[in-house]
Design a protein around this ligand. Structure first.
Ligand code: CA
Ligand code: CA
Length: 581
């Protein structure tokens, strides 16, 4: 009995040693969604639910929230700030535009170190010089850069520990997603779908940056595994070469994994959304063009695709299906949900990919009348596909223009939604907009835009574009919404305090009642918020943080909408809030 007590005490002492050491372990990452004193992953847990069990701040007191500190990213470089901060060991790690990263003292808001990546001339990010955040592993903080590299820095000093090239920026590759760490692997995607880059997922040893496997998500490309000396071995072709792509188009097929992925330990699968097939002109690539505009589930142990679900086969509207796949429990089953850029909200079995439910989460969708739950395929509206430029009338160099909704910037874009197991609702930052879109002739040229399309984005309604919507994944009902004049472009956080937090381009961080949608608090951050908030507990106090800095794809690609919001000012800072003592 005594011996047992002693061994239990020893085990306890060892456990507490582990807890207090600075290194981030696999166990800590696996437990990230439950541990409220840190934020170790993009999504507050690898499932990406963005739910915190904290309720110190709740519907009764959120109106009293005040700033604790604010930190400026400084310099002359501003533009879009889409980063989610990480919290660990008394420090905040936050990335900024132009591939910068900062470590900040959590108590004081003072800068501990910064790293500014030296970017070459000629990088080709499609959608502003943004970054969405870092990953933590052991004593490292790891992030991706606009010239398609991965950088691992010492958390304490900011010194570079390893650096690896993902691909050639001169061919249009870039990287801006937060890396995902799951099962001891560093999982990353690529950006560059507007340049004919090839979407893929790579697994690396997070301590060294060495490749473990690669898995292309354009049908026809070979996957590889790597031994510890870096020798590669074939690991099977993704899909079947030539099955869903005509000719050689799969060789420059897009489907980029630009938003990164999520992971569920229960299924052992990593879920990556894939972007548009390239080029945008669908008439030249008849077929489904797998695995574009899909959710692709990869077994992280084998590096093979377990299942895929395609939202927009033979996409003609740039409906990147890159949106995050968030797993949760519904009716005793592990399922996953995705609010797709194409306007439909999908619920799939997380283990098999079987479609369980699909419904619209925006009011205007013109390209399909619905989703067939038996086949999983959209019911296309043939007339809403932009016309074939090869059929253009004499003297014209483009196909028929159509007015299509949603606009290609999506019913939802990069801004991640949140799921509350308490309310059973998803909180979806959505936008109502449409576009004139037409196709033009195009051929692939390395490092050049590869669209074959022209477009103008317009608002659908006069009084709002953005809307934060509480969606019931079972019924497909919108339980409440809060409209916003400008398009929403930041992510969402929900908490056990029955709260939802989200930011607006007009500069506000806001909080609402998660059940009713009643707005309870807002704070003006000084520039537009296009990033997801986080929360954590430190010494019994609950903190909320969000990055502020207007930019991203809307000012660059937004057509008439961009003109409507061109009064908004750029910035670059992180804000931290708490209740007064
Ligand atoms: Ca945590
Ligand atoms: Ca795209």
């Amino acid at each position: 009995m005594k011996l047992k007590t002693l061994s239990l005490l020893l085990a306890g002492a060892l456990a507490s040693v582990t807890v207090h050491s600075a290194g981030v372990s696999d166990a800590m990452i696996a437990n990230d969604a439950q541990s409220t004193n840190d934020v170790l992953s993009w999504g507050l847990g690898t499932q990406g639910q963005r739910f915190s069990a904290l309720k110190t701040i709740n519907t009764g007191n959120v109106s009293k929230l005040v700033p604790a500190w604010s930190f400026s990213f400084g310099g002359e470089k501003q533009r879009g700030q889409e980063s989610q901060p990480l919290i660990h060991n008394g420090k905040m790690f936050v990335t900024g535009s132009y591939s910068r990263i900062y470590a900040i003292d959590l108590k004081t808001g003072a800068k501990l170190w910064k790293y500014e990546h030296r970017l070459p001339e000629g990088i080709m990010p499609c959608c502003d010089v943004i970054n969405r955040g870092a990953a933590l592993y052991d004593n490292l903080v790891i992030f991706a850069t606009l010239d398609a590299q991965l950088i691992a820095l010492d958390q304490n000093t900011g010194d570079v520990v390893w650096k690896e090239k993902i691909d050639e920026y001169s061919a249009g590759y870039s990287a801006s997603a937060a890396p995902l760490i799951a099962g001891g692997l560093l999982l990353t995607g690529v950006s560059g779908g507007e340049f004919g880059a090839i979407g893929r997922v790579e697994a690396r040893n997070p301590k060294t940056g060495d490749l473990v496997w690669t898995r292309p998500v354009v049908e026809g490309h070979m996957g590889y595994t790597y031994d510890k000396d870096g020798n590669k071995k074939e690991n099977g072709v993704s899909g079947t070469t030539g099955a869903t792509w005509p000719g050689d188009l799969w060789k420059t097929g897009g489907a980029t994994t630009w938003l990164g992925g999520t992971y569920d330990a229960k299924t052992g699968l990593a879920y990556f959304g894939t972007g548009n097939p390239a080029p945008w002109n669908s008439h030249v690539r008849k077929g489904d063009n797998l695995f574009s505009c899909s959710t692709v589930a990869i077994d992280i142990k084998t590096g093979k695709i377990k299942w895929h679900y395609q939202g927009t086969p033979n996409d003609s509207w740039d409906f990147d299906g890159a949106n995050e796949f968030v797993t949760f429990d519904m009716d005793g089953k592990r399922v996953g949900a995705k609010a797709d850029r194409n306007g439909f909200f999908y619920v799939n079995d997380a283990s098999t990919g079987k479609l369980l439910n699909a419904f619209p989460f925006v009011k205007k969708i013109t390209w399909a009348t619905g989703i067939d739950l038996q086949t999983g395929r959209p019911k296309f509206v043939a007339d809403n596909r932009p016309g074939d430029p090869s059929q253009a009338k004499a003297g014209e160099n483009k196909g028929k223009t159509v007015l299509a909704a949603p606009a290609f910037l999506g019913a939802k874009n990069q801004m991640p939604m949140a799921y509350s197991p308490q309310t059973g609702l998803f909180y979806v930052p959505s936008n109502e907009w449409e576009m004139d879109i037409w196709n033009e002739p195009i051929s692939y040229k390395r490092g050049a835009a590869y669209l074959g399309a022209g477009f103008t984005i317009k608002p659908v309604f006069n009084d709002y574009i953005g809307s934060l919507r509480a969606m019931d994944p079972k019924t497909g009902k919108m339980v409440w919404e809060i409209k916003n004049n400008a398009p929403l472009w930041g992510g969402v956080l929900t908490t056990a305090g029955n709260l939802v937090f989200w930011g607006t381009p007009e500069g506000y961080l806001k909080a609402a009642d998660a059940k009713t949608g009643k707005e309870l608090w807002k704070f003006q951050t000084g520039s537009g918020v296009v990033a997801p908030p986080v929360t954590w507990n430190e010494g019994g106090e609950q903190y909320i943080a969000v990055v502020s800095g207007w930019g991203g794809a809307v000012p660059l690609w937004g057509g008439e909408v961009a003109k409507k919001v061109n009064f908004l000012e750029q910035g670059g800072s992180v804000w931290v809030f708490k209740l007064p003592k």
